[in-house]
Design a protein around this ligand. Structure first.
Ligand code: SF4
Length: 256
């Protein structure tokens, strides 16, 4: 669950805090980095909460908070908790706040923004990192399916020096490549250009415009006759871009 020795101290801190905290509110740990890998395994999320099936249901901070709220005649919460509760209703956990007959909103000038947080859709680079890691961790019993998924999935790889590589696998161009560019700014992209099951040079040129990588390595071409795409074709199609086509030669090592 931990990625790197430096996370051990942070995890110890969270473990100690969880035994002493009255609220379980992560905001109490403001000194801990948002990027810690173990957050996604330990924080409470509506999409992963098991509700009453959870073995920690009674000890759970949310259950205890709900119990306190149930005993009260008037409950004062901030806008975030109000809308988080509204978003939870009808899901596995049910609700955090007890049922109410009247609601008074105070200081509601930011209320639309808060409501959008819970009823809109958002994606962060950490969530995409999580998703990529989770997809990679799913065990496939069928070796053929496993190989197929590994070959066809596209992925973003960040190296220790923070350079980012985008590997397109056996995919075609898709509009979310613009999102990948905005979130990760890949410097190098591997794009298939064979024009059979994958992109052609024309489609790869669109991908280059979306990804805006400094270098593109064409792949999946020239190995058998039906793969007709060629690096020179891609090079001509992106002549006006600041993206160089880096055609590798078999057996010749290169450095990036
Ligand atoms: S009940 Fe509490 S501890 Fe259990 S899964 Fe839900 S949020 Fe987590």
């Amino acid at each position: 669950m931990l990625e790197g020795l430096e996370e051990i101290d942070y995890f110890d801190e969270v473990t100690h805090w969880a035994k002493t905290s009255e609220t379980g509110d992560r905001a109490e740990l403001s000194n801990l980095p948002e990027s810690l890998s173990f957050w996604r395994h330990i924080d409470a999320r509506s999409e992963t909460c098991l509700g009453q099936k959870c073995i920690d249901f009674d000890a759970c901070f949310i259950t205890r908070m709900r119990g306190r709220a149930l005993d009260a005649d008037i409950v004062v919460v901030n806008h975030h908790l109000f809308f988080a509760d509204l978003a939870l209703r009808n899901r596995m956990y049910g609700s955090v706040l007890p049922d109410y007959t009247a609601v008074i909103f105070d200081e509601a000038h930011l209320i639309e923004d808060v409501a959008s947080e819970y009823f809109g859709s958002q994606v962060s680079n950490y969530q995409i990192d999580d998703l990529i890691r989770d997809v990679g961790a799913v065990p496939y019993e069928d070796a053929g399916a496993d190989r197929e998924i590994t070959q066809t999935s596209s992925r973003v790889m960040r190296f220790a020096d923070n350079r980012v590589l985008y590997f397109a696998g056996d995919t075609n161009v898709f509009s979310d490549m613009a999102l990948i560019e905005q979130l990760y700014h890949p410097e190098l992209a591997f794009l298939p250009i064979g024009d059979l099951f994958t992109m052609s040079p024309r489609e790869a040129a669109f991908a280059c415009r979306l990804l805006r990588a400094k270098k593109v390595i064409p792949m999946h071409f020239g190995t058998f006759p039906p793969l007709t795409g060629r690096p020179d074709d891609l090079r001509e199609r992106i002549a006006g871009l600041e993206t160089a086509v880096w055609a590798l030669e078999p057996g010749k090592p290169v450095e990036w």
